[in-house]
Design a protein around this ligand. Structure first.
Ligand code: HEM
Length: 273
């Protein structure tokens, strides 16, 4: 509530400030009801943003890294792609022990199609949300001979859709290459062609679909690409003591790893490696 009040003060005319999500809510007017949002509604919207926007990305990242540890050939292929675009991984420390922190940049990611396949495969195989937010239908609808009555709660089995054997070849196997579609240019632009929003056809819906699709889909994909690319560029990820990675799931508010990832990581850029 305090934050709401502070932003209401800050957005008073004449005061200069960076536009925050909160400010867009302060300015918003509901078109039908012709009124501004009240404080309770603003708090609820901010809460939704926070709880939908934190664990989802970090859990997706953990699932993806777990698969890279479990399948070293996928990790090697990804590292080779990264290396080919931005060069070998930097040494973490120079001779004078000064830390060097060069990061892969957003524009470099555009030239890394295999990275995009890895992220998509991670989200297909392990969507953090196994369900979307509950939806209702506003009138009776007949779907493939079944009646969905007005006001019935409808949800979607997101994880099962992504593993449907009628749609996906060997659906339980982690195979990033499945997202490669041979384009005429043949230079691997395929991930851009895969329609994760489901506007052309729905093959997976890790971010939902339609008008209530996750509003942060672009941000989430960008974060995942940046994190995975940098983590693999800097470090080699291996199993601990040769143990396999257990990909069992645990249903919490979102679906997490039952046994959180434990990995042995070593800097790639050390001299002599
Ligand atoms: C890998 C990361 C993420 C995944 C897999 C994900 C997935 C989803 C899904 C499945 C929904 C429900 C869509 C529906 O009901 O049709 C949703 C809604 C939502 N997501 Fe995300 N999300 C992610 C990251 C984020 C981030 C980073 C933010 C904010 C910064 C965010 C904000 C939201 C909000 C506000 C909603 C509710 C939209 C509404 O009420 O209509 N999400 N997300």
């Amino acid at each position: 509530m305090d934050v709401v009040k502070q932003r209401q003060q800050k957005t008073k005319p004449g005061k200069e400030c960076v536009v925050a999500y909160m400010d867009t809510l302060v300015d918003l007017e509901l078109p039908k009801e012709k009124r501004k949002l009240n404080e309770k509604e603003m708090v609820s919207l901010c809460g939704k943003f926070l709880y939908r926007g934190t664990d989802t990305t970090s859990v997706a990242l953990q699932w993806i890294m777990a698969n890279l540890v479990k399948y070293p050939h996928v990790q090697t292929k990804l590292y080779e792609e990264i290396n080919g675009i931005v060069g070998p991984s930097p040494q973490l420390r120079e001779k004078n022990e000064k830390a060097v922190m060069v990061m892969i940049k957003e524009e470099d990611l555009q030239r890394m199609p295999y990275l995009k396949y890895v992220i998509l495969e991670g989200l297909r195989r392990h969507p953090p949300s196994h369900f979307v937010l509950p939806h209702t239908v506003t009138k009776d609808v007949e779907l493939e001979g079944y009646l969905v009555p007005k006001d019935a709660l409808v949800n979607f089995l997101v994880a099962d859709i992504g593993c449907d054997p009628k749609v996906w070849d060997e659906p339980l196997v982690f195979k990033p290459k499945r997202f490669f579609i041979n384009t005429s240019s043949g230079n691997g632009e395929a991930a851009d062609l895969f329609d994760i929003t489901g506007s052309r056809e729905i093959k997976m819906m890790s971010f939902g679909a339609g008008r209530r699709i996750c509003p942060a889909i672009g941000l989430a994909l960008l974060h995942l690409e940046l994190f995975v690319a940098n983590l693999v560029w800097y470090f080699e990820w291996k199993t601990v003591g040769g143990n396999t990675v257990d990909l069992s799931e645990k249903q919490e508010f979102i679906t997490v790893m039952k046994y959180p990832l434990r990995a042995h990581i070593s800097p790639r850029g050390f001299p002599g490696k």
